[in-house]
Each structure stands twice: as C-alpha cells, then as structure tokens.
Design a binder for this molecule. Structure first.
Ligand code: FAD
Length: 322
C-alpha cells in the first residue's frame, strides 16, 4: 500500500502545483503509515524529479515514451493506473488543474475509485474511509466528502496548503514503461500552441488582470508592464477576451480559468459574480476601480479607488523600484 502522486510537468520542470501535491501526498502517507511515490510522464529533467525527495516523495516512476511528450488523456490515465497498480496505491493525489482533474475523472471510472476535487485540507482518516474538505459552489462554501471506495483519488486545490520542503534525501528515479496501443493516442493534439507571457497563468504566484476599464487593447501595456515589474502573469475578464483585446486563454472566471495565486490585482474590473468564481480563492485580492461602489471592493483585501490611467503607472514605478 502506498500513496501515489501524479507529477505534472511543463517545459521540462515539475509544476509548482505538483510540489504541493507531492508534499500533501507525503502527509497523507504519513497518516496512513506508508510512503509516497510519484509518477511523472514525458520530458522532465532528472534533477527536477530527484528534488521531489525534499517534498517527501521516496521514488518517482518516470515514463518517457516519445508519444507521451504532449498530454493525451487516455494514454496518461493508463500510465497512472499502471503505476497505481504497481505500487498498490490506496490513495492517488493529483493537482486540481485541467490535466489533473481530467485524469482524475477517467481514473476514477477505470479504478472504481472515490474521487474528490477542489480539496483544501488533509483528510481525516477513520478505518477504511477518508473525509476530505473541499470547496463547492465556485469557492463560496466548504463541504466535507467521505471517500469510501478501496481506492481514493484526491485533486488538491492550488495554494490550499502550506508547503515546507524538508531538505532531506533525493527521490529515486525509476524508468517506467506502460504497454500502450495506437488507440490510446487517438486524441493526440495535432499542434500545441504555447500560451503567451513569461509566467504560466495557472502556476503564477501573482496575477495582474485587466477588464473593460482599460478601454482598449492599446492600453494593455499598463497590465503587461505592471506584471513584468512584479514577475506576474496576466489575465483578463471575459468581455475583454470576447472582443479580442486579449486571447481567450487569459480569461478567468466561471467560464474561463480558475486561479488561486497569492496575489490577484484586478484593474478596471467590476467584480461580477461570474468573474469572482474564478479568482475568489486568491490569497490576497487588490482592486483598482474608479467606481467606489464597484462590487469587487466587497471581495477585496485592499482597494484603490482611482483611475487606472493614473494609478497603474505609479504602481509600475513603485514595483520597478522594489
Ligand atoms: P465591466 O462590467 O464593464 O466593468 C468595467 C469596470 O471598470 C467598472 O467597474 C468600471 O467602474 C471600471 N472602470 C472603467 N473605467 C475605469 C478607469 N478609467 N479606471 C478605473 N476603473 C475603471 N466574466 C468574467 O470575467 N469571467 C467569466 O468567466 C464570466 N463568465 C460568465 C458566464 C455567464 C453565464 C455570464 C452571463 C456572464 C459571464 N461573465 C464572465 C461576464 C460577467 O457577468 C461580467 O459581465 C464581466 O465580468 C464584466 O467584465 P468587466 O468587469 O471587465 O467589465
């Protein structure tokens, strides 16, 4: 029996959300009196995988088959399922990302497992059952869910737990091969277009986001310059993507991407409920809006009532001076 952690990688590196999943998996393993093993797929530097030892992972199974270079749901699920079988995993931990939750759902069907998404805390263990705390209704409330099947799958929400690397031993990296057929790759993407920007939106610690208050794409340099000065990713509200001021992959909210950065700076965004649904689990929210009655101020930790064209240049100067 072990706890298996799916290690998501991008650009040859382990994603930050997977470091959290690794640390969480190790905590669960400790509760269960067992160890945490990782499974990584595709191109990633060996040192990145060894470094998972600092997060409590003892060993990483690494499947490097060439066809697995890009994410293909069915094939990835088969690899994780094979790793779970090899390690007799009773608990599988993934990040609550698009890829993580996609794999989790298929895996749950395949393994007849209990599956909880949006999990935000360590489980309470009682005999064969695990009780997990998760967010529901777009982060507006919490619910406890009891997982009873022999195999339990947990999708951990980003930024939900404090991670403290131990600095101890390296994880062992073990080559892992899974028998895959051509049919497993029937959903292979023909082309993968990289999101623009230096920092990946879903992984970013800081996000600077713009709304219709920016008046047009010609003013987006304000968002980009502030983001650059802070080492942040950029995002936008839905109407901004709808009118093509920004690409759709930057649109956050109920119908866009859900993010949980440490700092979310909303510039000229009203704070409609559908927008908040994607950002309300950010640790700190800063709102800049000229309308003191803008609904976003109710969700903000800090608010600046002012014109973005006056406030943001000053913030950029201040951030550059940090
Ligand atoms: P606006 O509502 O036009 O607000 C612009 C804000 O900028 C105002 O508060 C204004 O005071 C401020 N402003 C204007 N000029 C300045 C200035 N010079 N300086 C400072 N402030 C200024 N929206 C999303 O974002 N994400 C979603 O996923 C999403 N999903 C939706 C799903 C459904 C089913 C529906 C019906 C709607 C959805 N929406 C979503 C749309 C949402 O309801 C809002 O319409 C949208 O979020 C508003 O975008 P906005 O705040 O950029 O624009």
């Amino acid at each position: 029996m072990s706890v298996l952690v799916f290690i998501e990688c991008a650009d040859g590196k382990v994603k930050k959300s997977s470091l959290e999943a690794a640390f969480y998996g190790n905590q669960v393993a400790t509760q269960l009196g067992t160890s945490a093993v990782g499974v990584a797929i595709g191109e990633v530097a060996a040192d990145e995988l060894k470094n998972l030892g600092q997060y409590g992972i003892t060993k990483v199974l690494h499947d490097t088959e060439a066809r697995l270079k890009d994410y293909v749901s069915q094939a990835y699920v088969k690899v994780v399922a094979a790793a779970a079988e090899k390690e007799s995993a009773s608990v599988i931990v993934l990040s609550n990302t698009n890829i993580g939750t996609g794999i989790g759902a298929r895996l749950a069907a395949r393994l007849q497992a209990s599956y909880a998404t949006n999990v935000v805390a360590l489980p309470e263990i009682s005999g064969e059952t695990l009780k997990v705390k998760k967010t529901v209704f777009s982060g507006k409330a919490f619910a406890d869910e009891v997982l009873t099947a022999a195999t339990k799958i947990i999708a951990l929400k980003k930024n939900a737990i404090e991670v403290a690397p131990t600095g101890s031993a390296e994880a062992g990296v073990e080559p892992f091969t899974t028998p895959l057929t051509d049919a497993d790759f029937s959903g292979t993407p023909q082309e993968t277009i990289r999101a623009t920007g230096d920092v990946l939106l879903t992984e970013a610690d800081i996000v600077v986001s713009g709304g219709r208050g920016l008046r047009g794409p010609e003013n987006w340099h304000l968002i980009e310059d502030l983001a650059k000065a802070l080492g942040a990713a950029t995002a936008c509200s839905k109407p901004v993507a709808d009118v093509e001021w920004r690409p759709h992959h930057e649109h956050v909210g109920q119908t866009g991407i859900t993010i949980s950065p440490n700092l979310y700076i909303a510039v000229g965004i009203s704070g409609a409920i559908q927008h908040l649904a994607g950002v309300n689990s950010s640790k700190v929210i800063v709102v800049i809006n000229k309308d003191p009655e803008a609904p976003f101020f109710k969700a903000a930790d800090y608010g600046i009532v002012g014109d973005v064209f006056e406030v943001v240049p000053k913030l950029i100067e201040a951030a550059k001076a940090l």
